[in-house]
Design a binder for this molecule. Structure first.
Ligand code: GDP
Ligand code: IMO
Ligand code: MG
Length: 427
């Protein structure tokens, strides 16, 4: 499977980083294609824990070329910090390549993200406040500053002057906040330009060449299907398209080049930030999942909201991404529960009329007021973190996996039972 896209099937944090890290061992290239440092991808290996916000999750392997594609919005400060942090831990980053067409997150994007959330008050989105929305807004408005602009200081200054005059008006006159100093920003970004210039490349061409050589290329999604700006729980979404189709746009490859699409699916569901979540648990089982699953945001440290697995959402993710396989993560977290519930459809009541939804409702107002209909399965008590063969899992765990596979209509390709590199059950 030379070109494989890996995406999240839920609201992010499904364990994409660890799945990519597993697959990267057999790959030559890993490409991030959307999002920015709102992402937080965790890898645990013999050396300890690594949290990546911008660097692709193949970066720990010296045989892998790590690509940040044109669809990503890049905070040069965070990227430089990640590069330094990794070098400090003894990992070279010479194999990093950054698309010149990727857009830069600027200091005013971060200020505008925070100001907008404050203005929304109770209606806030609960963003990561990393400037993601404002950076994609500027990309669409054609006011954005791109990585390639760093290589020409004259152009950089011109573009900065134009953008900052508009953004300072917005910050000062609309949000009543201080603006940014154009000279300071120019100085800062000139420094980043020097630091990042060795990595800038024509990444679409690099990917094309790798594929022509028959090498395995992984496309690493950030966030998750339900955070997609077009298909997710709008407006409680991110500002990019985390679904598989975006791998083509955000990396610069045609759709006929993609061979496999793997959906990463946590054995239960989590969500960070605001927005509807039908299977959310507000009881001791929810607390159990938070604690046992260590469900605290990798980027912002916020506690993740936890709930049961939702098959309506999973089927939606299969459809939108054209999944060819599933990677189930964190199955070990469910050990110790007497019963496991799984949402098979929604019920919606309006004006005495009751409707059932097996598929994702096409209207957010319906989704907001849906009640999950659960199937209840027996749980298992055994610690499964040491299991490496499917047959060695408790029968209750295998039943649960069979139900997921059947309902999704897509084969399970891997199951993880712990955060570590080798904590994977062979399928
Ligand atoms: P991502 O954003 O999709 O890459 O996921 P995150 O890294 O934000 O969150 C996943 C968390 O679960 C991380 O802390 C991982 O180390 C951890 N993790 C991944 N797979 C497993 C697993 O199978 N079992 C357990 N217990 N933890 C896991
Ligand atoms: P990974 O790649 C979980 C959420 C935020 C917020 C909404 C919009 O680690 O799975 P944004 O800052 O993007 O404008 O915030 O999206 N969000 C994530 N939630 N995992 C992520 O990334 C996320 N990236 C953004 O919490 O609700
Ligand atoms: Mg994450």
């Amino acid at each position: 499977m030379p070109a494989t896209v890996v995406v999240g099937t839920q609201w992010g944090d499904e364990g994409k980083g660890r799945v990519i890290d597993n697959l990267a061992e057999q790959s030559r290239m890993v490409v991030r294609f959307q999002g920015g440092n709102n992402a937080g991808h965790t890898i645990v290996n013999e050396e300890g824990e690594f949290k990546f916000h911008l660097l692709p999750s193949g970066i720990l392997y010296s045989h892998v070329t790590s690509v940040i594609g044109n669809g990503v919005v890049i905070s040069p400060r965070v990227l430089c910090e990640e590069i330094d942090g990794l070098k400090g831990r003894g990992y070279p980053v010479d194999n990093l390549r950054i698309s010149g067409n990727a857009h830069l997150i600027m200091p005013y994007h971060i200020l505008l993200d925070a100001a907008s959330e404050t203005m929304l008050g109770r209606r806030k989105i609960g963003t990561t406040k990393r400037g993601i929305g404002p950076a994609y807004t500027d990309k669409a408005a054609r006011l954005g500053i791109r990585v390639q602009d760093l290589s020409d200081k004259k152009i950089l200054r011109q573009k900065l002057d134009t953008a900052i005059s508009v953004k300072n008006d917005l910050l000062e006159k609309v949000y009543n906040n201080p603006g940014v100093d154009p000279f300071e920003v120019m100085e800062q970004y000139a420094e980043y330009a020097d630091r990042l210039s060795p990595y800038i490349d024509d990444t679409s061409l690099l990917i094309d060449r790798a594929l022509k050589r028959g090498e395995q290329v992984l496309f690493e999604g950030a966030q998750g299907t339900l955070l997609d700006i077009d298909h997710g729980t709008y407006p409680f979404v991110t500002s990019s398209n985390p679904i598989a189709g975006e791998a083509c746009v955000g990396a610069g490859v045609g759709p006929t080049r993609i061979d496999e699409v793997i959906g990463v699916c946590k054995a239960y569901t989590t969500r960070v930030g605001e927005g509807p979540f039908p299977t959310e648990l507000f009881n001791e089982v929810g607390d159990y999942l938070v604690k046992k699953g260590g469900e605290f945001g990798t980027t912002t440290g916020r506690q993740r909201r936890c709930g049961w697995l939702d098959l309506v959402l999973l089927r939606y993710a299969v459809r939108l991404n054209g999944l060819t396989g599933l990677a189930i993560t964190k199955l070990d977290v469910l050990s110790g529960l007497d019963q496991i519930q799984v949402c098979s459809m929604y019920e919606h009541e309006y004006d005495d009329q009751k409707d059932n939804y097996v598929d994702f409702p096409p209207h957010q107002s319906i989704f907001y007021h849906c009640t999950p209909v659960y199937e209840t399965l027996p749980g298992w008590q055994e610690d499964i973190t040491g299991v490496r063969k499917l047959a060695d899992l408790p029968s209750e765990a295998r039943n649960y996996l069979e139900l997921i596979e059947e309902e999704a209509g897509v084969p399970i390709k891997s199951i993880s039972v712990g955060p570590g590199r080798d904590e994977t059950v062979e399928v």
